[in-house]
Design a protein around this ligand. Structure first.
Ligand code: DQA
Length: 146
């Protein structure tokens, strides 16, 4: 069975409490539960990890080699700052889908650039929790080719 690594970046552990007007009221646990259910339907395995630390996320990406077939990532603010995260995704060369709860292009200009986008298959941004569900479907669909 194919396995997907789901990575959540900084501050996403506070979902539900954090700026609910922007990010909604659904908690990270609830998102992970939804992804679990959706994975069962899609007949894949998914393993979720959240970290506020760039190096931990990079180690998890390295560790995905040989363990997972694809990566679903919301890199949070590291999306806009981290060349290291981008390089880690490029290094392992695993199909990666980038997701964001908010539409990063409707927000402050510093959120308009994503370092992850250039190494991702694609990006889904602006649909709240649905971004994760759509992202998982897109990734699994992509992996079906192999
Ligand atoms: C986010 C958007 C980022 O700009 C922000 O720093 C986040 C969350 C989103 O899911 O909308 O932490 O990735």
């Amino acid at each position: 069975m194919q396995s997907i690594l789901v990575l959540h970046g900084p501050n996403l552990n506070l979902l539900g409490k954090r700026e609910p007007g922007v990010y909604g009221v659904v908690t990270l646990d609830e998102i992970n539960q939804m992804l679990e259910r959706e994975s069962q339907v899609l007949q894949v395995k998914s393993v979720a990890l959240q970290s506020n630390h760039e190096g931990v996320l990079i180690d998890a990406i390295h560790g995905a080699l040989g363990q997972h077939e694809g990566i679903l990532i919301n890199a949070g603010a590291y999306t806009h700052t981290s060349v290291a995260l981008r390089d880690a995704i490029a290094a392992v060369n695993l199909p990666t889908v980038e997701v964001h709860l908010s539409n990063i292009y409707r927000r402050e200009e510093f959120r308009h650039h994503s370092y992850v986008a250039a190494v991702a298959i694609g990006q889904i941004s602006g649909f709240g929790v649905e971004s994760y569900r759509l992202g998982l479907h897109a990734l699994v669909n992509y992996l079906k080719q192999f």
